[in-house]
Design a binder for this molecule. Structure first.
Ligand code: GMT
Length: 377
């Protein structure tokens, strides 16, 4: 039996793919006998308060009057150093480079040589594709990646973009995201009733943080072009404020077709109730939501951007639309709505792919092996 490790994990604790993945990874590592210490400004929302071998260390953000803008990086690095020293961490695994990787490098520099954890940085997407392009961030991100002991990216697309945009030449391991669904707490029928979905209607589901890159305008435009319009409801699980889009919903005549639920924690309830997923992102390094739906045998229609073609196979486990075009997107959704047999076949292929390629069993050992490899130098 290999020795259990002590692993610190830092992530954004709010609703969002990188935080979800980091929290789930922490749970899986604990289940495999490791000790996990989350270090963040809040308890990540999926991390239970009472799990054995799982700890949460809160970073206090200072509000010094002298600072026009509150600083998170320095208190985070101090907490990382403190937890590493007090608990003898083997690895500090940071999710999303900014500012987590920079804080980790600083924490390591503050520790004596025999107390330094290995720093593993996992890139999730906009830390490279958006911030990496920003001259105010790019050089600091490149520095942190070059000084990390290991760097991973959640898709080949993201690895290649990181090399291209940041000029990083070091090894970057691709370790795909994983998803292990929990059992839904309510029945499919109960959730559809709650959303007001009739038996003769299909439920289209979109879940995201609603940032501009998710193109909610295009999502709504696509829904508005679906024909016939009586055959569907679009449920949006919003990890951000939906109110700026309410006007658009009314303008497009979608008030009786769109249902929004804010900051849902029991995501599995809604995943199992869906018939089709719809994603219109401008860019997406992976799109965890597609995988979450696939785990419940629900096929998605998505713009063919970024790492999405690594997550689903066109025509086999999902449908791609090459352009950001509402007509093409709505035609693809209609194909699935009109043909339940096709929908089921693609959904089953998606479920199989989710189980074989993107399960915790397939992915978590890759992180464990990386930690041990890095520790062995
Ligand atoms: O969405 C973001 O802007 C950041 C990040 C997050 O924290 O939600 O999302 C990224 O990480 C997810 C988990 O690895 C990926 O599934 C998303 O594709 C990726 N988002 C983008 O690339 C836009």
């Amino acid at each position: 039996m290999p020795e259990a490790l002590k692993i610190g994990i830092t992530c954004y604790p709010s609703v969002g793919g990188s935080g979800i993945l980091a929290s789930e990874l922490g749970e899986e590592l604990v289940a495999r006998g490791h000790e996990v210490h989350f270090i963040a400004y809040e308890r990540p929302f999926r991390v239970p308060a009472d799990a054995p071998r799982m700890f949460f260390h809160q970073v206090q953000v200072s509000g010094y009057e002298l600072f026009k803008y509150p600083d998170y990086t320095l208190p985070l690095s101090v907490k990382m150093a403190e937890v590493s020293r007090d608990h003898g961490l083997d690895v500090l695994h940071v999710h999303y480079a900014v500012p987590h990787a920079t804080a980790a490098i600083l924490a390591r520099d503050m520790l004596p040589a025999d107390r330094r954890p290995q720093i593993v940085t996992t890139l999730h997407g906009t830390d490279t594709t958006l911030l990496g392009r920003d001259p105010g961030y790019g050089p600091a991100i490149r520095h942190a990646l070059e000084r990390s002991d290991a760097v991973t990216a959640v898709s080949e697309f993201l690895r290649d973009e990181t090399r291209r945009l940041l000029g990083v030449e070091r090894a970057i391991d691709v370790i795909y995201n994983f998803f292990e669904p929990r059992s839904p707490a309510r029945s499919r029928a109960a959730v559809r009733a709650e959303l007001g979905v009739r038996d003769d209607e299909a439920l289209i589901l979109h879940l995201s943080n609603l940032r501009p890159i998710k193109r909610i305008d295009l999502l709504l435009e696509t829904a508005a072009r679906l024909r016939p319009r009586e055959v569907f409801k679009l449920a949006i699980l919003a990890g951000g404020d939906f109110s700026p889009y309410l006007h658009e919903v009314r303008r497009l005549g979608l008030a009786d077709r769109v249902v929004v639920r804010q900051n849902v924690l029991t995501v599995e309830d809604y995943l199992q109730a869906a018939d089709v997923g719809l994603f219109t992102s401008e860019s997406e390094s992976f799109c965890l939501s597609i995988l979450e739906l696939a785990a419940f045998g629900v096929p998605s229609v998505a713009t063919a951007v970024g790492g999405i073609p690594e997550v689903m196979r066109e025509g086999e486990s999902g449908l791609f639309v090459p352009a950001h075009d509402a007509d093409q997107l709505s035609r693809a959704v209609e194909t699935l709505l009109r043909d339940p047999a096709k929908r089921r076949a693609i959904g089953e292929a998606a479920r199989t792919r989710a189980r074989t390629t993107f399960s915790a069993k397939a992915i978590v050992p890759l992180y464990e092996a990386l930690y041990r490899r890095t520790m062995a130098g």
